[in-house]
Design a binder for this molecule. Structure first.
Ligand code: GDP
Ligand code: GDP
Length: 436
């Protein structure tokens, strides 16, 4: 599991300001749709080559009506359960309040690593008079201004000191890493069990397995695979927002370590916003995707049912047209083996390399069929199409001016690539570059 850092503290001490300051533009989750705008509360961050997930616990309960103290307590509970490191944020202007001391007591008992941070120190001369914060017994506090960014770099240095060199198990390149994601109750655990089955060899003792990762390596017809899971986030909660929050965070962290994401849907229910968000997480992270419609045994079928379901999925999850859809039952195990075959197939696509000559030919044909556009009297010229990477397949179009490389033409080339080479189940990255 990804190293998780949670920011806790009373309302208004500056948690979201600090979160935004740290995250900057390096956010890696999908945009919320307008209308249901909810602040982003977790994001992946990289600092000095180390990665971690940061969580603003203040966002766990948007617009909650609970008493303040209850809110803070829940955030702290969450942090203790799920985070590897806790940033305890206080406000220099308020000084050390009894409420802070209360939180500090709970945190200290948890034995989790904690960094005490005093915010709103906009002017360093104000630092005198802040000695009371040392009294907390949480070590030397870091004094920052989240608003102006001062000392936030130092704080990040302190954070990454806690991150070990390798928090995650390492697998050989040849091992296919698979994340099973989806909202609660769609049947993820049942599916994992069905996938593993009795006949599958479960390879144990993965070197480097950490307490947080409960990965299950296994072999399918000679192919090593591993099911990626994230422990520590299995907390049961009755509160809807919490459940959603946990399942998103789990999806984000599992997908981050995987090659392929199985996006599991429940055939007996409509596709929800939450399904879309979770599928969006897989898409944004650039992983291979297979849409698994589970509980197919419960659906009354005629000869058009599969067609109707597929249409609906293509409408609702329009941004992952490239993902194959498979209808299964974890309960009866129907077609569960097909998933494993599909994983192999999608992995081939995800790591597909297309040779130079074939790309040149494709570019020639594509530009002959639909000429590159002319914008404001200037014509787009494409000099070459080259593949620069895999996982997912990544291509570069070298052009006279990337300003002229309109989104729709990029999409057109992408479609041509898919038409000719398949690339089913994998995102394709296509970038423009100016010729030097
Ligand atoms: P949260 O409720 O803990 O998430 O707090 P917010 O991030 O919403 O911040 C509360 C208020 O404090 C906002 O008006 C921020 O602009 C302000 N604030 C946050 N950090 C600083 C800081 O470093 N200096 C100053 N002067 N104000 C800050
Ligand atoms: P998770 O929360 O996504 O891990 O879902 P679970 O695996 O715990 O399954 C939720 C519920 O759905 C359980 O009661 C399962 O027995 C049931 N379930 C899961 N897969 C199937 C299926 O393929 N068919 C039927 N009929 N029930 C299923």
């Amino acid at each position: 599991m990804n190293f998780t850092v949670a920011i806790v503290g009373r309302p208004n001490v500056g948690k979201s300001t600090l979160f935004n300051r740290i995250v900057g533009k390096r956010i890696s989750i999908v945009d919320d749709k307008p209308g249901v705008t909810r602040d982003r509360i977790y994001a992946l961050v990289e600092w000095k080559g180390k990665k971690f997930t940061i969580v603003d616990t203040g966002g766990i309960e948007p617009g909650g009506t609970d008493l303040m103290t209850t809110q803070v307590r829940r955030q702290v509970e969450f942090a203790i359960e799920s985070a590897n490191l806790i940033i305890f944020l206080m406000d220099s202007r308020d000084g050390l309040l009894p409420a802070d001391e209360e939180v500090a007591n709970i945190l200290r008992k948890s034995r989790k690593p904690i960094i005490a941070v005093v915010n709103k120190v906009d002017d360093y001369s104000m630092k005198t008079g802040l000695y009371e914060f040392y009294r907390l017994g949480l070590g030397e506090p870091v004094f920052i201004s989240a608003l102006h960014g001062s000392n936030v770099g130092d704080l990040l240095d302190r954070i990454v000191e806690f991150i070990g060199e390798s928090e995650e198990p390492e697998y050989d390149e040849s091992v296919i890493k698979v994340a099973v994601i989806g909202r609660p109750n769609v049947g993820k655990s049942s599916l994992v069990n069905a996938l593993l089955g009795e006949e599958r060899v479960i390879v144990s003792d993965v070197p480097g397995t950490t307490r947080d990762a409960i990965d299950t390596p296994f072999e399918y017809e000679g192919q090593q695979m591993v099911l990626i899971d994230t422990a520590g986030l299995r907390r049961k909660s009755r509160i809807k927002e919490d459940i959603e929050f946990y399942s998103h965070l789990r999806a984000l962290q599992a997908v981050e370590r995987a090659d392929i994401a199985l996006v599991v849907l429940d055939a007996t229910e409509e596709i929800t916003e939450q399904d879309k968000k979770i599928a969006g997480i897989a898409h944004e992270s650039g992983r291979g995707i297979i849409i698994v419609v589970n509980k197919w045994d419960l659906v009354e079928k005629d000869d058009k049912t599969i067609y109707r379901y597929t249409e609906n999925i293509r409408d609702e999850l329009a941004f992952i047209q490239y993902a194959p859809v498979i209808f299964v039952s974890a309960k009866t195990k129907k077609r569960v083996n097909k998933i494993l075959e599909l994983i192999r197939f999608v992995m081939d696509q995800y790591t597909f390399r297309i040779d130079k000559a074939a790309l040149n030919e494709l570019l020639e044909d594509a530009t002959a069929l639909v000429a590159p556009p002319t914008i404001k009297g200037r014509k787009l010229k494409i000099y070459s199409l080259e593949q620069t990477g895999i996982k997912p397949p990544t291509f570069v179009l070298t052009v006279n001016d990337t300003e002229l490389l309109h989104f729709s033409y990029v999409r057109y080339i992408e479609n041509k690539l898919r038409e000719r080479f398949g690339l089913e189940g994998t995102p394709v990255v296509l970038k423009g570059r100016n010729r030097k």
